[in-house]
Every structure is written in C-alpha cells, then in structure tokens.
Design a protein around this ligand. Structure first.
Ligand code: NAD
Ligand code: LMR
Length: 338
C-alpha cells in the first residue's frame, strides 16, 4: 500500500470490513466530467465510499459548486473541485482510479456510435493527460461509444509508453445491473441474490447477457430469455426514449459506475475474489477487446475469466456480435492513430 492510515472515527467498522486489520489505505479517485448528469450522482456515491480518501471532481465547467456541495457530507474523503484544462493535471496527480463520464449523451434516434465524433476527441485529450499525470491509475471508461473509447485510450497510452492492459476498463456494469433487475422480475426471485454475467461490448447486439448462467436458476422458456436479452440490449435506448431528448441513463449509471469503482478499489486494496464483468483487452475470443468476467487485484486485472458454457442462443449471439464489435474497436484504433 502506498500509504496507510489508522482510522479512529465512528465509521471505522465500515472501513475495516473485508480487511481483517484497522489499516485502510489512502486512495484518490478522480471523476472527469463530474458536473454532468452521471458525474454529479457518481461524485455523491464516491463521497459515500469509505475506501476513498481523496475525491477530485473535474469538469470543463461548474465543478466549484458540485465540489462545495458534496464536500459538506460528513464522510471520510476530502473533496476538491477542478475546472478547465489548466487544472486537469492537479485533478489527476496521485489518482489511483480515474472514472471518465465526460462527453455528450444520446438523444432519441441516435446510436452510441453517433457520439463518436465528439466523444472520441474528448476521451483522447483526457487520456493524454492521464498518461502524463497519473500513468499508473486504473481507468474506468464510461464515455460512449465504450466499444471505441476503450481502444482509443489504449492507443493513446501506447503512444505515451504507459499502456498497461491490466489498468484499462470499459464500464459495462450497467448492462449487468439491468440484466439482474429484468431477470429477477421475470424469474420472480429477490433481485439482491441474482447474478447474470454480461459479455461482449456495450452497444445493441454487442451486449450479450448470459441468462443460461443466471443464478438462482429459473428455467424460463426460450421466448422469455429472448425477450430478456433484447430488453437488456435495448436498456439504454429505453431510457433515452423515456427522457425524450434530455439525455440518457445517469442515475442508474452512477450507481453502476460506483459499484465498478468500488470493485477496483477493493482489488487494489487486496480484497480477494473481486469479480466484475468489464470490457478489457482480452484473449477470450479472437477480438482484441471483449467484456467478460474479470478478477480484480492489486494491479487491476488479475485474470480475465472465460465465457463458461453457452446455450445455442448465446453461441449464435456471440458470432453475430463479433463483426460489429470488431468494427467499433478498429474505428477507435484508427482515430487514435490519425
Ligand atoms: P452530460 O452531458 O450530462 O455530462 C457530461 C459532462 O462531461 C458535462 O458536465 C460536460 O461539461 C463534461 N465534459 C465535456 N467535455 C469534457 C472534457 N473535455 N473534460 C471533462 N469534462 C467534459 O452527459 P452524461 O449523461 O453524464 O453522459 C456522459 C457520457 O456517459 C455519455 O457519453 C454517455 O453516452 C455515457 N454513458 C455511458 C454509459 C455506460 O454504460 N458506459 C451509461 C450512460 C451514459
Ligand atoms: C446506457 O446503456 O444507458 C448508456 O450507454 C447510454 C446510452 O446511450 O444508452
């Protein structure tokens, strides 16, 4: 651990959970895009996380207000707001985890790929700064299209000589969150005990929930599995349409982003058996990046886990998603190398 602090305050029982000692390491988390629809609730949730000791909130505008507001919450972390290019370095310096929800969201009728032209440049700039100011941080990429923004980040880091595939993650946790919720509803089981792996990527048919591996088992008929699969794949669009031009999922995404960041922090802190689905550099298929279950550890990715046994429907879905996912990956790589 980089530095260790013994906590004496009243919430120390929370901090000790899972460690077996009173020592909890200091951890800095930076949120880039912290004044946005995702950024604000995510800032709140990270402020509630007892594993965080420093919370850096960066955006191109409005961070002083968000930081002042969040900073009044009586939890462990010290909160600082940073605004504009000139303060980006300070926001990033010393970060253990950098979460990136910066960029424009979809409006009805748009695909995530329609966001590429704006968000690719935003992500590229932010990753150049990460390579310079906190090259060892775990990067949690939320900005869409994730299938392309993660490859962009990898190329930026390669160019800077800082790329470590163990430290770059596309956040696909919201797909898992949705799959669990929708499955629990159909299977009529308590959602808190549900697990569903979701693999592939994060757009339309590239999102492949593996309901054949869902627990607890519920022998749902094929039509219901297909409907659940489609609803999970279209979950983002469901929210975009319901918000009718006012953006995409923000609150559920903040929740999902906070779960994934917490898993990264636990892994860094040496908590054993932390497993989440995430979009990473991968050998699980012939594609260079792929989402699957990943064991997280002190260096980020500890092990990329395989897909397990798939149903025929899932095998078909896997083959169908590959061309689209590969094209999105290649688009990101090409952009970064222009
Ligand atoms: P938003 O417009 O509400 O917020 C985006 C924020 O990014 C704004 O505050 C903006 O000022 C900021 N920003 C823009 N350029 C920046 C830069 N260069 N540096 C720092 N900040 C910058 O959008 P939102 O609803 O929060 O969504 C953000 C992104 O997250 C979108 O691309 C959206 O598609 C994506 N998203 C991903 C998932 C997922 O599952 N991975 C889920 C939901 C949304
Ligand atoms: C989601 O899945 O909600 C996000 O990727 C946002 C979107 O555009 O659907």
């Amino acid at each position: 651990f980089r530095s260790v602090k013994t906590l004496k305050n009243s919430s120390s029982h929370l901090l000790r959970r899972g460690y077996g000692s009173e020592a909890v390491p200091e951890r800095k988390v930076a949120v880039l895009g912290a004044a946005g629809g995702i950024g604000q609730p995510l800032a709140l949730l990270m402020k509630l996380n007892p594993l965080v000791s420093n919370l850096a909130l960066y955006d191109i505008a409005n961070t002083p207000g968000v930081a002042a507001d969040v900073s009044h919450i009586n939890t462990r972390s010290e909160v600082k707001g940073y605004m504009g290019d000139a303060e980006l370095g300070k926001a990033l310096e010393g970060s253990d985890v950098v979460i990136i929800p910066a960029g424009v969201p979809r409006k009805p009728g748009m695909t995530r790929d329609d966001l590429f032209n704006i968000n690719a440049g935003i992500v590229k700039g932010l990753c150049e700064a990460i390579a310079k100011y906190c090259p060892n941080a775990l990067v949690n990429m939320i900005s869409n299209p994730v299938n392309s923004t993660v490859p962009i980040a990898s190329e930026v880091f390669k160019k800077a000589g800082t790329y470590d595939p163990k430290r770059l993650f596309g956040v696909t946790t919201l797909d898992v969150v949705r799959a669990k919720t929708f499955y629990a509803g159909k299977a009529k089981v308590p959602v808190a005990g549900v697990n569903v792996p979701v693999v592939g990527g994060h757009a339309g048919i590239t999102i492949l929930p593996l309901f054949s591996q869902a627990t607890p088992k519920a022998n749902l008929p094929d039509e219901e599995i297909q409907a659940l699969t489609k609803r999970t794949q279209d979950g983002g669009t469901e929210v975009v349409e319901a918000k009718a031009g006012k953006g995409s999922a923000t609150l559920s995404m903040a929740y999902a982003g906070a779960i994934f960041a917490d898993a990264c922090l636990k892994g860094l802190n040496g908590v054993p058996d932390v497993v989440e689905c995430t979009f990473v550099q991968s050998n699980v298929t012939e594609l260079p990046f792929f989402a699957s279950k990943v064991r997280l550890g002190k260096n980020g990715v500890e092990e990329v886990l395989g897909l397990g046994a798939l149903s025929d429907y899932e095998k078909e879905g896997l083959e169908k998603l590959k061309p689209e996912l590969l094209a999105s990956i290649e688009k990101g790589i090409k952009f970064a190398n222009q």
